[in-house]
Structures are given as C-alpha cells and as structure tokens.
Design a protein around this ligand. Sequence first.
Ligand SMILES: O=C[C@H](O)[C@H](O)[C@H](O)COP(=O)(O)O
Length: 228
Amino acid sequence: MNQIELKKQVGERAAQYVEDGMIVGLGTGSTAEFFVAALGERVKNEGLNIVGVPTSDRTRNQATALGIKIKNIDDVDYIDLTVDGADEVDENFQGIKGGGAAHLWEKIVSSNSKRNIWIVDNSKMVKTLGAFPLPIEVIPFGSKHVVDKLIAAGYKPKIRRDENGNPKLTHFHNYIIDLQVDSIPDPKQLGTELINMVGVVEHGLFLDHVNTLIIGRPEGPQVIDNIR
Ligand SMILES: O=C[C@H](O)[C@H](O)[C@H](O)COP(=O)(O)O
C-alpha cells in the first residue's frame, strides 16, 4: 500500500466516527481531504445531517462542492468532533502541523472541539518531533527581528516563500517561518518559548490536543485512544 492509499484508508475510517446531528471540524491537507470526501459520501448516500466547520478555504470549497452544510467557527457554540491530519506525531501524542500553512485556523477549530481525531499514514509517526521544520505564523511587521531572535536562540529559521520568491501569506495575511530544529526533546518548553515571542501569532506544535489517533498501516488502520 502506498502513502496515498494509507491516507485514504484513515480518512474513510475517521468518517465512521461522525454521527447524525454533529458539528464537525473539517481539517486541512491531503489526508483530511480523504476524510471530507468520505463524509460527503455519507451525507449523499445516508442522508447524514451534519454541519461542517472548515479549517481553510480549500476545505470549505471541497465540502461545499460535496453538499456538506458549512458554518464558520464564530457561528457555532462548540464543535463535537474535529478530524485533521498532522505532519509529525510522537509517541506521547504530541504533534507538528502547519505544513500547509493552515495551523492557526486549525488550532482555533481544534481548541474548541470536544474531541479531536488525527489521521496519519505511518510515515508521520516519529520517536522525537523535529525532523519536520516547525511552522510558525508571524505578523509580517517586524518579522525580520523575530527571525534574528530565533537565530540568536540557536535555531535555523526560514521564511516560507511562494514560487515567485515572495513570502507566502497565510489566510490571515501573515508570514510563516519554518524552523529547522532537528530534534525537539521538550515540545512544551519550545512551545512556551515561541508563543512568548512578540510577533508570533501561533506555532505548529499541537500539544495535548489529540484524543484519538488513527494510523494508516498496510495491515489496516490502527486506532489508539489517548488516555493520558
Ligand atoms: O497546514 C496544514 C495542516 O496542518 C495539515 O493537516 C498537515 O500539514 C498534514 O497535511 P497532509 O495530510 O497533507 O500531510
């Protein structure tokens, strides 16, 4: 089974967790896309009555095209369940997200969800976070100084750029700094350090966020509940 098949496997598995009447957070990325597609099938074939809360314009467009009712985060009081992908997950259920620059919107939705499920293919599972560069959303104004401070702190920051070499803008018109750390032995300590830097809006460390992890494996999806 290749990675795409594993992503499809977990996306379809996660769609089974959605119940009639739920308000569902819809994640972003190539894995979440399979979840949204499977959910769209259930809406169409079973008449499942749900409201989706998207985490990006891309997901909103996909869900709308599939006939899923959509509401914005500020038009609901809570979210029953959010299903999203991740870039890296360690054995303590801590993760890195934001490879697609959506982590701020995703974190706002997931923080207001009663339950969070992550769906990942087995290549995303790591012993220690950090091989994947950590995305940090920063306000453009003064971002040079955030970069300088990160260098002074011993990190390797890089402003993410588009195909024309311009800083890539997030949905909220901010920049993304990708921080090459190599290894994050203490994600909580790094998360606190980053969020306390003036100009940082949100980092891609999702700590103590996930309730259930579904890992795509050739022998079938592995479901692990985070009971910590
Ligand atoms: O900003 C993007 C999101 O955090 C994605 O959920 C994450 O990058 C995983 O994406 P994919 O499923 O495409 O690997």
